[in-house]
Design a protein around this ligand. Sequence first.
Ligand code: GLA
Length: 387
Amino acid sequence: MLNNQAPAHLTQQFNDAFNTPATHLSIAPGRVNLIGEFTDYNLGYVLPCALEFSTKVLFRVNHTDQINVRSTAYPNEHEQFDVSSSILAGDSQWGNYIRAVAFVLVREGHQISGLDILIDSNVPQGAGLSSSAALEVSIAGAFNAAFNLGLTKEQIAVIGQSAENDFMHCQCGIMDQLISAQGMQSHAVLIDCNNLATQAVPIPSDISLVIVNSNYPRKLVDSEYNQRRLDCENAAKKMKVPSLRQADMALLLSQQSNMTENEFKRARHVISENDRVLQTIEALKANNMPQLIALLAASHYSLKHDFEVTVPATDGLVDIISDALEGKGAVRMTGGGFGGAVVCLCRASEISTVKNAVEQHYHARFNLKADVYVCQAGVGLHVNSIT
Ligand code: GLA
């Protein structure tokens, strides 16, 4: 369960930083995506779940126009900006996520003023587990509660996505922010990115969720990410459909000769991946491990060969884990690609097999150390009063 209490050391740190106690705590989780990769901005299906790793934001209204932010991860940095004048990017990358959310809220006409904020997060950074979405959603949740903006969780997620798109210049889809806002304990959530409808999908209690972070240094992620999105949009245009959601394999094949090879391959990934998401839901309902293995393997293959977002380290982790599990667990890369993590669904009795195989082979092959997390699906955004 997500612990909704503010730990004493954080309330103390808030007091020390601002000479006054925090009044509220906003908590939003990171996520892992089970399947449905790069389908969100093509208005398709995704199946993520929220994690128990989360970003905590302690805050209080300070009755000025200043946003004053501290982060336990950067104890020597103080982020500060004024919401009554234009909000521009600053020097601090983490601080810009706070600015980005405030920028979108102001642009959309919401009345916000000053807050004192302390951030504390245990979402691994750079692992493809959405530490930035957790930050955006927890900050938007804090503004919403502090100034009674009346935003729904879906609206909070969309504000987080706009912050990323319009201020941070990453053209991401809605998946990460929406699952961070709306995650459900012990469930994955099917999101139809065409209308943002959600459906809770129980994860069978005898299936464990194991995440292995490759710790591969991610490079050029935003530019490659944005390029993939353009390829998908161009493929849709050439098929004369508003998005790849409206395309199918027959249409794609009929238009192949009008497309670049990349446009064709990106679209083939997205169209086939949407189908795999729906099949995965059936496989989870039936607790059908062989089916899950086949679907996650097909997703990884498509991400490697058609979407071209895997790296040798994540391909290697998938090989190491699937070889060790010998047909007893499903595994694929997860998240935005170019490094990051792989997700594995297996029985609890197989967790040690996964850990041992990673320990034995990964460092030897890639000269990197992986982190293994055994996770539960957790809840989405929560904002509580502390006092
Ligand atoms: C990143 C983006 C998401 C999604 C995934 C890939 O996490 O933020 O919107 O596109 O990559 O599925």
